[in-house]
Design a protein around this ligand. Structure first.
Ligand code: 5GP
Ligand code: ZN
Length: 114
């Protein structure tokens, strides 16, 4: 969609090595990692925020979470533990308006998050 950074990654306009891809989703490493493992999992369909998710998106959201747990296993962070996060809008710090699931691991995290 238009100026969307992640749509540009999907189209190949911004060359990015993919960690995983399927018909519906892709995963790639975050350019500014906040943990030893920091992977972003995104739908191929442009969905701006979690507020735009509809019933028709149920399976793609499930696929994203399943990919996160598979990637966690591949990254060997599944036993130690990991965090998956969707940020929605300003208060949560969303900066790219194409939904993405952060997979973070390889270090300890605090709760509650800042
Ligand atoms: P948000 O803050 O919207 O939840 O997360 C957006 C994430 O996208 C940030 O962690 C940021 O580092 C990452 N990011 C921004 N631009 C790029 C890029 O061009 N390539 C990759 N791989 N990640 C990016
Ligand atoms: Zn997009």
């Amino acid at each position: 969609m238009g100026d969307c950074l992640f749509c540009k990654i999907l189209s190949g306009d911004i060359p990015t090595e993919l960690e995983y891809e399927s018909e519906n989703i892709v995963a790639f490493r975050d350019i500014n990692p906040q943990a030893p493992t920091h992977i972003l999992i995104i739908p191929r369909e442009h969905i701006a925020t979690l507020n735009d998710v509809r019933k028709k998106h149920r399976s793609v959201l499930g696929e994203m979470q399943l990919a996160a747990s598979k990637l966690a296993e591949k990254e060997k962070i599944n036993i130690g533990g990991y965090r998956t996060v969707f940020n929605c809008n300003e208060d949560a710090g969303q900066s790219v308006f194409h939904i993405h699931l952060h997979l973070l691991g390889g270090r300890g995290f605090r709760w509650p998050p800042g």
